[in-house]
Design a protein around this ligand. Sequence first.
Ligand code: HEM
Length: 472
Amino acid sequence: MPADDRPSRLKKITQNFFFHIHSPVAHPESLKPTTTFGLGVILGCLFLILLVTGLLLMLYYTPSVERAYASVKDIVFVIKGGRYIRNLHRWAGHGMVIAALLHLLRVFYTGSYLKRRALNWNIGIAMLIITLLLSFSGYLLPWDQLAFWAVTIGSNIAASMRELTDVLGLTAVFDPGGLVKRLLIGDETVGQPALSRFYMLHVILLPLTLLVLMGWHFWRIRKDGGLARPAGTEVRSGHPRAGPPARSIKAEKEAPIKTKDLRVTTWPTVLWAELALLAACCAVLMALAFFFDAPLREQANPMLPENPAKSPWYFLGIQELVSYSAFTGGVLIPLLFLVFLVSLPFKDREDRYAGIWFSDAKGRRLSIYSGLYAFGLTSFLLFINIQFGWMSDWIAGVPRVVIIFFNPGTLIVTGYVLWSAVIRYRTGSDRHAAMALFTCAVVGFVLLTALGTWFRGPDWEFYWLKSWWPAH
Ligand code: HEM
């Protein structure tokens, strides 16, 4: 072989690595940008960027209550390029949460949990939870006011079970809420045990677990026969029944139809597409890091509560629900949604819809109607609550247990479930019912998150504008 034709060492190594992750062939349907929007690859790229920038930050960060804040200030103001690396890390972290949520939407709406993909769907859910925990655990590390009070709120949400055990008079003997909170922050309030735990979770345990799950996730895609794609995307070849002639016309009719193999090789097209996505992620993050600084407020002061104290944005929907009832908002509703997600591929087995955006024309229509319905119902109940208060404002002495099970949050969820049941009854389809419920949940999540982010001020009161907040 002439020297020029020999694959270079670098090419060999790249190819070897590439084929450890990718199948040598893929269906053109899977390579269409509108099938995945590249979200899974974007997630992988963001994770890589987080690992590199995180390792650099670790060189200077000190996880102690006395030194944490000062070490972050050193990174930002003293160490050359430190501010930029911190910004990159922060924006990539938010990007990963957003991309994971969008990837969940794409996988759901293309019915890609169908056709025996239940395991990979559930691996994905575990990865989503770990991504949220990774982001949340990183939130505390700068040890500024924002971090301290956001995590204080988060740890109180973790103890939400206490509302129910308090009502039942059980907390003194049975306190699972307190146990979860203690496991999380190691104390009754956020302090050194919490910082040590969060650091250990953030730099070792969660990234390693995510890395292992990622490997499993990618391997499962290959084991499941590549990405889900619509039935009938294969084209029958000119000679449908190749092989030895069938012994009778009936046998011929029943013989399996050979389909033309439309798959195309992945090397090097997919590699180029992935490198382009990596370059795009780097470019966007670099621009963000250049123009926007990650927040760093005053040093954490446990004696000076923030008002309002807000959790990270992706938990603000839950914080809003918790403001109605800690137990239903912090435990019951998130748990019910998780059960829905986990059990979805076992309940909905309408494989004919796998790989098709919104399943069919009916699915598209009912997703729009579900979105409008959820928007109307949720806005209406939020309006009532904001404008007129709730039961304890109307009737004196309403028992707490009534509020726990009868509040805007539980009414919203009941409305969603009833709607989904009606769709199930009308269409007879589990897939359509699941799409109705999922769409409602997405709209509810967006509305509650927007409310918590932009319209809640001191004492969790509603304000149209931040400039209307009372001075304190
Ligand atoms: C958080 C980190 C995650 C990473 C890095 C990741 C990565 C990927 C990649 C690279 C793909 C193939 C290409 C694509 O779909 O874009 C994929 C597919 C898939 N992901 Fe994820 N994913 C993550 C989270 C999730 C979540 C939250 C779910 C859903 C609960 C999920 C469920 C799936 C499923 C079922 C497939 C196969 C889709 C199909 O057959 O079409 N993944 N993922």
